[in-house]
Design a protein around this ligand. Structure first.
Ligand SMILES: Nc1ncnc2c1ncn2[C@@H]1O[C@H](COP(=O)(O)OP(=O)(O)OP(=O)(O)O)[C@@H](O)[C@H]1O
Ligand SMILES: [Mg+2]
Length: 335
């Protein structure tokens, strides 16, 4: 495979929050053994801020290994199903431990089997991603049964628990003081904010890292110059996931068109193809076009902060005597 295809995936940028999350998880993992109570932590952030990536990177440090005496699973990772129940969560955990009979038995049987298997495979940490699914936004209710089960489970097994999720997952802890009491303060994965000098400097550092890796293969305008950094910021809303998606497109286009040089026009095209939808944010030109104003006005920054956020559609008023329009989905994503 052409190694240039994976330049972006292979570039890991250890920004401040990323490092903070790694340090927190390292501590939880280290002190889980022999602790009298479970140590839990939450990695919280808006969509596409890098929660899953930092959890993945930590798992790479403590990988699953098959020894002659069996499987060693130091970290058990699952993604919360969309409407979690004790049954669905335990089954997922059992499946992650390669239990072929994960669907067999009562809730209690399965829980007991999970304890046993975790002991046998040396599990010290459970990671539960997409933890916001423990909170039903529609019903505005926490799935209390499964949250209580989780509390008892981590108490009894004394392992450490890391949850990752959108800010709405905070409701699960806010409404369950016993579970909350077992958590250290949360680590926040940020959307970088141009108005915040510390964030701006970090965003520039991230661009510098990508400049270095892309620059090994291609000639491109300096990503970490003030001008390009502002354009990239406006293109991605300061979201790590949007930045990597856009840069990946830029690289793929150059590979497919057999170019070594990447021009500003190529940036504009890659942006159109990967993240730009001018209809959703009105009055903002493509950040890589000639007509784009290089001025961080409060108006533009306000609009850019909407990138990646779900917008709630206001219901269309009913027409008198006319037919009711078909309902649209309640939320849609900008871009
Ligand atoms: N520190 C980083 N260095 C390099 N790439 C990163 C970093 N953090 C995130 N990414 C990349 O950004 C993209 C989005 O990251 P990730 O999936 O972890 O976000 P997320 O917060 O879990 O999003 P969601 O809430 O939608 O699940 C991924 O392609 C990931 O590899
Ligand atoms: Mg994720």
């Amino acid at each position: 495979m052409d190694e240039r295809q994976r330049i972006i995936e292979n570039t890991l940028v250890p920004h401040t929050a990323f490092n903070e999350a790694l340090i927190r998880m390292t501590q939880c993992f280290k002190y889980a053994n022999g602790s009298t109570e479970p140590i839990c932590t939450a990695i919280v952030g808006e969509a596409r801020t890098g929660k899953t990536r930092v959890m993945e990177e930590f798992r790479l440090i403590h990988p699953i290994v098959r020894h002659s005496e069996g499987l060693h699973v130091p970290i058990l990772y699952v993604k919360t199903p969309s409407k979690p129940t004790v049954k669905s969560l335990v089954e997922l955990l059992l499946q992650a431990l390669k239990d072929p009979k994960f669907h067999i038995g009562t809730e209690n049987n399965k829980t007991m089997r999970l304890f046993m298997l975790m002991q046998r495979t040396g599990t010290r940490m459970i990671m539960i991603d997409e933890f916001q699914h423990f909170y039903d936004k529609g019903l505005r209710a926490v799935m209390h049964h499964v949250a209580d089960w989780l509390k008892i489970f981590v108490d009894d097994s004394k392992i450490s628990l890391v949850v990752g999720g959108l800010p709405s997952c905070q409701a699960v802890l806010d409404q369950n003081e016993q579970l909350a009491g077992r958590f250290l303060s949360r680590v926040e994965m940020p959307r970088f904010d141009w108005n915040n000098p510390e964030h701006r400097a970090q965003f520039m550092d991230i661009l510098e890292a990508f400049q270095e890796s892309i620059g090994k293969y291609f000639d491109l305008p300096n990503l970490d110059s003030d001008e390009m950094a502002f354009r990239c910021y406006c293109a991605t809303g300061g979201l790590m996931g949007y930045l990597t998606k856009f840069l990946r497109q830029l690289v793929w286009d150059a590979i497919d068109e057999d170019r070594k040089i990447i021009s500003l026009n190529n940036f504009a095209a890659a942006h159109c193809a990967s993240v730009w939808d001018t209809n959703k944010i009105s009055g903002v030109a493509n950040p890589f076009s000639k007509s784009f104003k290089l001025c961080p006005s409060p108006e533009i920054l306000e609009k850019i902060s909407l990138i990646g956020k779900a917008i709630v559609e206001t219901p269309t008023p009913r027409r008198r005597g006319g037919r009711q329009p078909k309902p649209k989905s309640a939320t849609q994503q900008i871009f």
